[in-house]
Design a protein around this ligand. Structure first.
Ligand code: GSH
Length: 229
């Protein structure tokens, strides 16, 4: 059985979990929380050269990075495909997957998560409200404005969910868990897309499965009520 090292609350681990579920692949999650000192197993750097989650183990084969893992799962189980067949849509899906990991996560969700959760609750360092204000007032409007502009279709790169949808959905989910709403009035097409992705059965099942951890961590989840009811 596939082993996914990480935790479902992690943006990139959730993306891989949902990809495996969409493809009907059996997997188990091996909990690893890199931000907690001494939590990762002793051989962690051999599994994850960057130290980050997720890492996939398929028998004796090990692979780090959510984009690489999703592309690998696509070859292991081609249907349903997470990559559009059309060349331009395929390119667009890969671009948006990169944008989600490189800009939405790095510049918006990660700093917010760090300030609201990791610094105060794991490292004992006070939250910096100025950092949060800067992300919300300066960074988020441009990044979410771009996501809004590309959210007009059924899914981000065509009529079926792709890696781009999983990557964006996962960022928006963690952001809301830590108390930052996705403002529907400001980003209506993005909010509608997010809800469509949540209603994909493999996505709602994955979110349902992570709720015990969400409750245990004291995170917000009322924004999922309509989908998980
Ligand atoms: N490009 C990587 C990014 C992975 C990543 O940033 N993982 C975060 C959690 S979502 C992590 O491990 N953070 C802990 C750390 O940086 O030590 C991927 O797509 O898998």
């Amino acid at each position: 059985m596939l082993k996914i090292h990480g935790v479902p609350i992690s943006v990139h681990t959730r993306k891989v979990i949902v990809a495996a579920r969409l493809k009907g692949l059996s997997f188990e999650v091996v909990p690893v929380v890199p931000v907690i000192p001494d939590n990762p197993p002793p051989n962690w750097r051999a599994l994850s050269p960057t130290g980050k989650i997720p890492v996939l183990c398929d028998g004796d084969y090990t692979l780090a990075d959510s984009a690489a893992i999703c592309a690998y799962l696509e070859r292991v189980q081609p249907a349903p495909s997470l990559y559009p067949a059309d060349a331009r849509r395929h390119g667009h899906a890969l671009w948006l997957e990169q944008y989600a990991g490189g800009t939405v996560f790095r510049d918006v969700v990660h700093p917010l998560f760090n300030e609201v959760f990791v610094q105060p609750k794991v490292k004992g360092i006070a939250t910096d409200p100025a950092r949060i204000d800067d992300v919300l007032s300066r960074v988020l409007p441009e990044v979410f404005g771009y996501l809004e502009a590309v959210s007009g279709g059924r899914f981000l790169a065509g009529d079926a969910p792709s890696v781009a949808d999983l990557a964006v959905m996962s960022n928006l989910t963690t952001m809301q868990y830590i108390g930052f709403a996705l403002e529907r009035a400001r980003f209506p097409k993005l909010a509608a897309l997010y809800e469509r992705v949540l209603r994909v059965p493999a996505v709602s099942a994955a979110l349902q499965a992570e709720q015990p951890v969400v409750q245990q961590m004291g995170l917000r989840s009322e924004f999922l009520n309509a989908v998980l009811a």
